[in-house]
Design a protein around this ligand. Structure first.
Ligand SMILES: *Cc1c(COP(=O)(O)O)cnc(C)c1O
Length: 354
């Protein structure tokens, strides 16, 4: 792919890197790629970061035909810039596209675009422990038409945002609220995709959880409100009797890359890992009979987020005394170690930029 690069004449001032909130600052450049029916994806380019000009009747604004991804670039102490399994993000974006009737793109081209953009804006990658450059690829339907049908034109963009460490004062277990009224997705819907509508559907429950002093929502299945699905932007794992159990990919949960990596590395370390349906009652029963060892979420933002407390139907349980457990620790240390280059990448997960 021939990416045309136009560099900015007005470099922005860098923000305070010692205190970076998530998703607020954007780098000097962005990637753009257009799709036109009959031509395909064309004119890949890196240009100065700019606002979009679009018709109020652009299709994405009305019916949400859009998909996105999220990954990070890490700058190691050795000066190398690493991406963590970016080809899986690009494959997943195509899977989301397929569901949203957005045209497929070439996965290698997508990875190349990410690498090239990160390279152009590499002076924006923060260097502090746990910091990174967040990468947000996304695609929008751009036909100007208020009618419900798939668009014939699209725009694929990538923006970058320097982000601080998720854990500023050590790994903090989170308090999770089990949502039993609303649901996020059902089988046959869009739960397995990263598309705007899934997150719009989740906001109301997130707000209720926060009002009650909880950080995130744990979603149950939309049909029986019985089986565990996932947390807002994380997959979830349970350690019961030293076995790691995580909900199987059933079409309504997001197939996380951190989830997949955690499963692979836990198996390689001799753990028994099972992907199956798990009822919320089973977790509370395990707590009652003393076999619930750990609960943790997995996702790009935090890598691992230990769950310290779970509230379901008025009952609260405290997990592992509100502390991070050994399984969570192993997964966290291994994945962050590989991302920063401190640990040898024996699984071949890293793509270097340059
Ligand atoms: C992105 C996301 C995840 C985590 O996926 P990773 O690839 O591990 O970052 C889990 N659940 C939802 C709903 C997500 O959007």
């Amino acid at each position: 792919m021939d990416i045309k690069v136009t560099l900015t004449q007005h470099k922005k001032e860098k923000p305070d890197y010692s205190n970076l909130p998530f998703g607020v600052y954007y780098t000097d450049h962005m990637f753009e790629w257009d799709y036109t029916e009959g031509i395909g994806w064309h004119d890949p380019r890196i240009v100065p970061f700019h606002n979009l000009e679009m018709s109020p009747c652009s299709m994405v604004l009305h019916y949400g035909q859009t998909t996105f991804e999220g990954l990070k670039a890490y700058l190691g102490k050795d000066g190398e810039i690493r991406l963590f399994r970016p080809e899986l993000n690009m494959e997943r974006l195509n899977t989301s596209n397929q569901r949203l009737v957005i045209p497929q793109f070439n996965v290698e081209d997508g990875v190349e675009a990410i690498k090239k953009l990160v390279e152009v804006d590499k002076d924006w990658i923060p260097t502090g422990e746990g910091t990174s450059l967040y990468i947000r690829p996304f695609i929008i339907a751009t036909d100007v038409h208020i009618g419900v049908h798939p668009s014939k034109t699209y725009k694929f963009m990538i923006v970058l945002s320097p982000v601080g460490s998720y854990y500023k004062e050590g790994i903090n277990p989170v308090r999770i609220y089990v949502e039993d009224e609303y649901c996020r997705a059902v089988k046959g819907g869009m739960g397995f995709t990263k598309t705007a509508g899934n997150y719009a559907a989740s906001l109301i429950a997130q707000e209720i959880a926060e009002e009650r002093g909880y950080t995130q929502v744990l979603w149950l299945d939309g049909v029986e409100k019985k089986y565990i699905e996932e947390v807002g932007t994380m997959n979830i794992m349970f350690v019961i009797n030293n076995e790691v159990i995580t909900p199987e990919l059933n079409g309504s949960i997001l197939p996380g890359i951190t989830r997949r990596s955690a499963i692979e590395l836990l198996k390689a370390n001799g753990y028994k890992v099972t992907e199956r349906k798990i009822a919320i009652q089973e977790v509370f029963d395990a707590y009652d009979n003393g076999t619930l060892n750990e609960i943790f979420g997995t996702g790009t933002a935090a890598v691992i987020s230990p769950v310290g407390e779970l509230l379901w139907e008025g009952r609260t349980i405290k997990v592992n005394n509100g502390e991070i457990g050994p399984v969570s620790h192993l997964v966290y240390d291994t994945i962050t170690g590989i991302q920063s280059g401190k640990i040898e990448d024996k699984y071949g997960w890293v793509t270097k930029v340059d």
